[in-house]
Design a protein around this ligand. Structure first.
Ligand code: AMP
Length: 215
């Protein structure tokens, strides 16, 4: 089963992806995580992507499509993949549609996580991420704090606030989302595999909605 997760920053795409990975052994493909890893390793791609990411702009479509084309050919994707944070523009969606056809793949479900801006801003500014790139566990100082403040429960590394998760950066990322990514909702909506999920509910209820669709 292959799934696309749509939704604004902070809607819970990462959390729901991890749920699908744990429960159904699917593979999470997060373009944000891939790019952050490239930035951390100071690769050519990472150096190019960093300025876009820091300002809350989107990395150019052709760069992202290249990353995805390589990633979906890796053998673990046969277990089924979850696109987390991709596609983010109509051009990416069209490029991906061609890629899906060329590689004889099927997208079984497109899940849109819906939440209000106030909640998105609150969730993102209180988010903390493990600084260890092999772990990258996500916490929330309001809703899911670590046992020891500032320290990852899983690996003991320091927790950090991402530079694109300050209130100013988030406001800009939301603007980018509404301009560039929200048009995808109309692009995909209406298909029989398109499902809207309310993402302002307790996590267990969101997971239950997702499970009922996947099943
Ligand atoms: P995320 O963690 O998914 O919110 O992504 C963090 C940042 O990485 C975004 O603000 C963009 O700068 C960049 N990024 C991630 N995915 C994409 C994408 N599909 N297209 C363009 N830029 C992306």
């Amino acid at each position: 089963m292959n799934v696309i997760l749509l939704g604004a920053p902070g809607a819970g795409k990462g959390t729901i992806s991890k749920h699908l990975v744990d429960k159904y052994s699917m593979v999470q493909i997060s373009t944000g995580d891939i790019l952050r890893n490239e930035v951390k390793n100071q690769t050519e791609l990472g150096i190019k992507a960093k300025s876009f990411m820091d300002s809350g702009d989107l990395v150019p479509d052709e760069v992202i499509l290249g990353i995805i084309e390589n990633r979906i050919k890796e053998s673990d994707c046969k277990r089924g993949f979850i696109m987390d944070g991709f596609p983010r523009t109509i051009a990416q969606a069209e490029g991906f549609s061609d890629m899906v056809g060329r590689n004889n793949l099927v997208i079984d479900a497109i899940l849109e996580l819906e939440a209000d801006d106030d909640l998105l801003i609150k969730r993102l500014t209180s988010r903390r991420t493990c600084s260890n790139t092999n772990c990258q566990a996500i916490y929330n100082v309001l809703y899911q704090p670590p046992a020891k403040e500032g320290i990852c429960d899983k690996c003991g590394s320091e927790l950090i606030q991402r530079s694109d998760e300050t209130e100013e950066a988030i406001t800009y990322r939301l603007k980018t989302y509404y301009e560039k990514t929200q048009p995808l909702i109309d692009y995909y909506n209406g298909g029989s595999n398109y499902h809207k999920i309310k993402a302002d509910l307790p996590l267990d209820e969101i997971k239950a909605s997702v499970d009922s669709i996947i099943k």
